[in-house]
Design a protein around this ligand. Structure first.
Ligand code: GDP
Ligand code: ADP
Length: 390
């Protein structure tokens, strides 16, 4: 991307004539991409609208309602839109906080092109814009009872500000001490299947007779909080993540023997006899795949818990001093200036956001990372200085 001049994305005006025969309430934006006009904000706009999307195909003169993938922005009172790279529309949401005001609607990226083939319809995909970079997530797999949960708990306890757990969805029933939203999102199968259909899951698999899956939000939310994400998923899930957009480190935990695995499962006392037998039957195939499939970067043997934990820490770079976190760079090229109102408790401010889009990375179905944002607070007494966000 070459050097581009800074420019303003204008605020929307109310009640303009849109020229498309849409009943406009002044909350739509119209962005041309080739033969198509993307109308964002939709005719169902209200004083706060859900961000609807319609496409006007100029070559056929027809309206199309696309399949919309990903998590969209919360309701908003208006937005501005501008086309970037001919394949995504950058949107700034009016009245939202600076860390939630930049979104991308992908209309012709590689991901969207692939999804169009699968769905056989027009497809658009939302991706939230965030500042900074994320550290590589860590995928941990291994048979039931090998000690994955124990090792992850030790890591999270010792480094609470460094790691965050990706909370999976599952259709299995909660165990005694398990809390919804903490250990798993316990969910109905039809709800989960519908979300899978709408591209909200990074991976999913049927494990021991239940459906398990990692939502894109679960992983991205951990990265948003500045932590390194840990996923506890089965081998099928690890294979899917390997094939996905997510660049991760893959670790397989192996038991010292099947007999030891059985003893651990029985000693844990959380499963019925039937469930234990099912887990042991599955374990043999999982170990075989874990050791030979080429999915995993590392295999750790959990014979002695303390030793295995030491090895895990070492391969995560925690053996010596903690890794230094890179600060996002500030750039002066490829800048945009966006008007944005923010409301904080007891404080209402108008911000000018200076946005640098020269280092964009990722995109749908995950976040669009690498935004560099500077907010200039404009309070009633005028310009109040510049502060960098995050
Ligand atoms: N593919 C996939 N597997 C998962 C996910 N969450 C958990 N699992 C795996 O499902 C299996 C069963 O997990 P769980 O019901 O917690 O039982 P446990 O392994 O015996 O503690 C384990 O192999 C987990 O790694 C997920 O989101 N996706
Ligand atoms: N190295 C080890 N030696 C003995 N017991 C272990 C070891 N690692 C874990 N355990 C025990 O084995 C049981 C299963 O561990 P858990 O972490 O629940 O496995 P997973 O999450 O892989 O299903 C737990 O009761 C745990 O305390």
């Amino acid at each position: 991307m070459g050097e581009a001049p800074a420019f303003f994305v204008d605020n929307l005006q109310n009640g303009f004539s849109n020229g498309f025969g849409l009943k406009s309430k002044g909350f739509e934006t119209f962005t041309d991409v080739g033969d198509k006009t993307f109308v964002i904000g939709g005719a169902n706009s209200d004083s706060t609208s859900s961000v609807g999307i319609q496409i006007y195909d100029k070559s056929t003169g027809k309206w199309v309602i696309p399949t919309v993938l990903g998590t969209k922005p919360k309701t908003c009172k208006g937005h501005s839109a501008i086309l970037l790279n001919e394949d995504r529309i950058m949107i700034s949401i009016r009245g939202s906080t600076p860390d939630d005001c930049i979104w991308f609607l992908e209309v012709d990226t590689e991901y969207v092109k692939e999804q169009k083939k699968d769905f056989g319809t027009e497809v658009v995909a939302w991706s939230k814009g965030v500042t900074g970079e994320a550290e590589k997530p860590v995928v941990i797999s291994g048979p039931s009872g090998v000690g994955k949960g124990t090792l992850i708990n030790m890591l999270m306890k010792e480094f609470p500000s460094m790691f965050g757990f990706s909370v999976s969805h599952t259709t299995r029933a909660p165990r005694g001490m398990e809390k919804n939203g903490v250990h798993y999102h316990f969910t109905e199968r039809n709800v989960m299947e519908n979300d899978i259909k709408h591209g909200k899951f990074l991976e999913f698999a049927s494990v021991h007779g239940n459906l398990y899956g990692t939502s894109i939000e679960a992983v991205e939310a951990v990265a948003d909080s500045g932590k390194r994400c840990i996923l506890d998923i089965d081998v099928q899930g690890a294979r899917s993540v390997r094939a996905s957009y997510l660049d991760a480190v893959f670790i397989f935990i192996c038991p010292p023997s099947m007999r030891e695995l059985e003893e651990r499962l029985r000693a844990r006392g959380t499963e019925t006899e039937d469930q234990i037998l099912k887990r042991l039957r599955n374990a043999e195939a999982e170990i075989e795949q874990g050791e030979s499939s080429g999915i995993f970067d590392y295999i750790l043997y959990n014979h002695n818990l303390e030793e295995c934990y030491e090895n895990l820490m070492e391969l995560l770079g925690l053996g010596g001093s903690a890794p230094i976190k890179q600060k996002p760079l500030s750039k002066i090229n490829n800048k945009m200036v966006i008007n944005c109102e923010t409301k904080e408790v007891g404080n209402e401010a108008k911000n000018l956001i200076i946005l640098d889009v020269s280092s964009l990375k990722g995109g749908a179905p995950g976040r669009t990372r690498g935004l560099n944002i500077h907010a200039i607070d404009l309070f009633s007494d005028g310009l109040n200085g510049i502060r960098e966000l995050r």
